[in-house]
Design a protein around this ligand. Structure first.
Ligand SMILES: *Cc1c(COP(=O)(O)O)cnc(C)c1O
Length: 469
């Protein structure tokens, strides 16, 4: 049968008819007429292709309308939404990493809806620098004498390499040539910055003599990368910071460490005690440390380079600085977080608080949530149960790779809804969306990562999933 365009076109309602459907005005109100038309055209185009390929022999106007309505409905609600993190992974990159304290966000709103002194010195009435709002605070918290902030830690590493090592050689241990996820790979970043990578040692063992042998005329820098998201166990060794620092100093080289997680103050207890603080790294002789603002620091997405001011001043003058500069909302939020750290209010920063929650507190919260879940299940008159489970949580964000945190969760046993992955899907698509973990085969909500009000959000979502009014 040949492709009969005319016969096909006759089955498609004209655009004017589609645009006079009763629900169109409300879609136009939220998306505009042009976008509504574009979606109709897109759907018609797709049906035309299916017809041309012989995969359908006819179409109904009804199908076109139904499909367009579904797409427009999905497009007319905000895309970035608040979700409940029930995974127990505190710094969850896919879920926006660190939730910010409300008091910090109030100053962000205030600064953003009005003008600000972002790059203006109120004392002198002349141009100022946005970096100046946070540099002193970072120095107080880390012992650095200079600091610059950029968009994220990836930018911090790239800027440091481009400004201080382009055209030169950078020596890195083979055990630290890592990929951090989302395509941040140390060798790629180095070559993009115009530096030549010199690999030393082996995956599991690198000695000081390996670094010494690799030194040459063109060596510009020693780079240490925190193996944030994995850990080598067994027969392995690496060179200490102090040894690398004295090697770098004796040859006039720069010693840069990509620390990733950005711990400013150690946590209580020994479980997390292996993670070095930024201050310790600098004390052990690292010239510059780079780290993220939204991992262990619990702030907004930002990258920091902290260390010797002689070097940070060179970073400030590099052209990439302009491309990587931090926006006013981020900078304001970051200043707020740094001030909380200075005041010793780190337990009021949600990320830090969630990491240090005690098992007792979580167990009590899980018990009370389980009771409320069982009540909803009874209300829905479906078979099922909810029980408290001891679970393994994680810091996430590439921090503390080997540390499983003991946590508690509420496992949902709802056989009428299907298997765990189906239940996870129902909760993701519910309102508000909830991201659940799976423990011992059951969908499970970990209480560690529940923020204020999240128990109620989860219960609302559960009611929708179970069809309770
Ligand atoms: C997380 C991480 C990065 C990337 O940091 P972003 O802030 O996400 O750009 C780079 N290096 C290490 C070691 C990390 O842990």
């Amino acid at each position: 049968m040949s492709f009969d365009v005319n016969a096909f076109m006759r089955q498609i309602p004209p655009m004017s008819e589609l645009l006079s459907l009763p629900w169109v005005p409300s879609m136009e109100a939220s998306l505009g007429r042009r976008a509504v038309k574009a979606v109709f055209s897109e759907v018609i185009g797709e049906f035309r292709t299916l017809f041309r390929e012989g995969r359908i022999s006819q179409i109904s106007a009804e199908e076109i309308v139904r499909e367009a309505l579904a797409r427009l409905t999905a497009r007319s609600v905000p895309s970035v939404r608040r979700v409940v993190n029930g995974t127990g992974v505190v710094v969850h990159t896919n879920l926006g990493r660190s939730p910010l304290p409300r008091e910090v966000m109030e100053s962000v709103v205030d600064v953003s809806v009005g003008y600000s002194n972002l790059e203006f010195s109120l004392d002198e009435g002349v141009r100022g620098h946005r970096n100046d709002h946070v540099e002193w605070l970072i120095c107080q918290l880390t012992g650095a004498d200079g600091a610059v902030v950029v968009n994220n830690n990836a930018a911090a590493v790239l800027l440091s390499l481009a400004a201080l090592a382009s055209h030169g050689e950078v020596i890195v241990s083979r055990g630290e040539l890592v990929e951090i996820g989302g395509s941040f790979r140390i060798p790629d970043i180095l070559s993009f910055a115009g530096a030549r990578l010199v690999e030393v040692g082996t995956t599991n063992r690198t000695h000081l003599s390996d670094y010494e042998r690799a030194l040459g005329e063109d060596t510009a820098m020693l780079l240490k990368v925190h193996p944030s998201n994995f850990r080598i166990e067994g027969f392995h060794c690496s060179v200490s910071r102090q040894e690398l620092a004295s090697l770098a100093a004796s040859r006039g080289l720069i010693f840069l460490e990509d620390l990733g997680s950005g711990l400013l103050e150690a946590f209580d207890g020994d479980a997390l005690s292996e993670e070095p603080t930024v201050r310790e790294c600098l004390q052990q002789g690292v010239d510059l440390v780079t780290f993220s603002g939204d991992k262990l620091l619990g702030g907004p997405q930002i990258g920091v380079v902290a260390g010797r001011s002689q070097l940070t001043e060179r970073l400030k003058k590099h052209p990439l600085m302009r491309a990587f500069r931090v926006d006013k909302m981020t900078l304001t939020a970051f200043e707020g977080i740094l001030r909380m750290m200075l005041r010793g209010e780190d337990r009021m920063i949600p990320t830090r608080e969630m990491i240090s929650l005690s098992p007792d507190v979580m167990k009590r919260r899980a018990s009370s949530l389980a009771r409320r879940v069982r009540r909803v299940i009874r209300e829905a008159s479906v078979p099922g149960n909810a029980s408290v489970l001891e679970v393994e949580d994680a810091v996430g964000g590439g921090a503390f790779p080997a540390v499983g945190l003991v946590g508690y969760g509420v496992a949902l046993d709802l056989p009428s809804l299907g298997g765990a992955s189906r239940v996870q899907g129902l909760f993701r698509r519910s309102d508000p969306p909830v991201v659940l973990g799976v423990d011992r085969g059951l969908p499970c909500i970990h209480v560690r990562t529940l923020l204020d009000g999240d128990d109620e959000r989860f219960l609302r979502s559960l009611k929708r999933v179970l069809g309770v009014r």
